[in-house]
Write a protein that binds this ligand. Structure first.
Ligand SMILES: [Zn+2]
Length: 363
């Protein structure tokens, strides 16, 4: 059961602090409820009670101005008066809705496209007789506990190399070195086109600490993707290949996410100098609007991850993206069975020796 007794609005302001009016929002709460359930589950276990828990969504009042001004909202799970977990989401969660709202003011000439604007979050009690909206009903779905494999995580950590400073609050992600190499080879072979694959593996739980980790075991190359120079679409054939591979492998693996490449060195202007190419945005890891839409639609579970391989003039850069409080963020991970840091890792961390010695040829 979901209790969501408030409606939320955004008040937009121009850079000169001029109010551009209030906009009602109709957020999709599914991802925040899913996140709150996942967090409660990974911290407290107890899948059965989380499945039955009452979900309450309410604003966090602005400490100075008070309601209706809010700094965010919280999602609380309770089971027979016992709180199983509470997740707090900041106003940042509304950034995209604010961007969408700003489009009408751009169309009316009150804001310029690309101009910086600000917004305040407002929360109003929902009228008692207001009909439930589709987005309120949407989240009333049965929570499915995720299959877990019990195993010691300390031994995994001992043989892993951290990349991009994994945050202690995030679910740790372990990717074997052979997956890093296979995705780099696929990227190299694809040349100027994007290439993709599905990441499979397990959610592992340490029997001692109850800590949960995402452990990738393999990739299933998506042979039937529709790949072009700047986007990638998985087809129905990809999913039947994945199902067949999971059945064949008989290892109880699940889909953990996806990997795809950005052929940055082919996107960058070939007329530019080596120095300018090195500064080119395409040579740096990013998650495009198309990547975001695909991840939100297909890989919406809180533990789903996206590995991006950027093909640059100085080698491959592996970077990881994942869910954090129901938003997609860059995140750290661990490479398993890596005896040496790969070239990609050295390049990403900006190792000056690598930068100096890497043979860069001007086009
Ligand atoms: Zn992409």
């Amino acid at each position: 059961m979901i209790e969501n007794p408030f409606t939320y609005a955004l008040e937009l302001f121009s850079g000169a602090n001029r109010s551009l009016g209030q906009f009602a929002t109709d957020p999709h709460w599914g991802s925040v409820v899913e996140w709150a359930r996942f967090e409660a589950w990974r911290r407290a276990g107890d899948a059965a009670r989380i499945g039955e828990a009452k979900v309450n969504i309410e604003p966090v009042a602005d400490g100075t101005a008070g309601l209706p001004y809010a700094t965010g909202f919280k999602v609380r799970l309770t089971h027979r008066r016992t709180t199983l977990g509470e997740s707090v989401f900041s106003q940042t969660w509304f950034d995209q809705l604010a961007r969408d709202a700003s489009a009408t003011r751009v169309a009316q000439g009150e804001l310029k496209a690309g101009e910086t604007f600000y917004f305040k979050l407002l929360a109003y009690p929902r009228p008692v007789d207001a009909p439930a909206k589709a987005s309120t009903i949407e989240v009333v779905e049965i929570w499915q506990p995720i299959p877990l494999k019990m195993s010691d995580l300390q031994s995994l950590t001992a043989q892993a190399t951290p990349v991009d400073d994994p945050h202690p609050d995030d679910v740790p992600v372990f990717i074997p070195h052979h997956v890093i190499e296979e995705t780099a080879t696929m990227t190299e072979k694809a040349g100027a086109n994007e290439t993709g694959s599905i990441l499979i593996g397990h959610l592992r739980c340490d029997p001692g600490t109850r800590q949960i980790a995402v452990v990738v075991t393999a990739i299933i190359p998506a042979k039937h993707v529709e790949a072009s120079r700047d986007s990638l679409t998985f087809t129905a054939q990809t999913w039947s290949d994945v199902d067949a591979a999971l059945t064949l492998r008989q290892s109880d693996e699940i889909i953990l996410g996806w990997a795809h490449s950005h052929p940055g060195k082919f996107w960058c202007n070939p007329q530019c100098s080596a120095e300018r190419r090195r500064e080119c945005a395409y040579m740096k890891p990013f998650f495009s609007a198309h990547d975001r839409t695909l991840h939100e639609t297909v890989f919406s579970k809180p533990f789903h991850i996206a590995l991006v391989v950027t093909n640059t003039d100085v080698g491959m850069i592996h970077s990881l993206y994942g869910w954090q409080r129901a938003l997609i963020h860059p995140r750290g991970f661990h490479i398993l069975n890596s005896n040496r840091p790969s070239t990609a890792v050295a390049a990403k961390t900006g190792d000056p020796t690598h930068e100096k010695t890497c043979p860069i040829t001007a086009s």
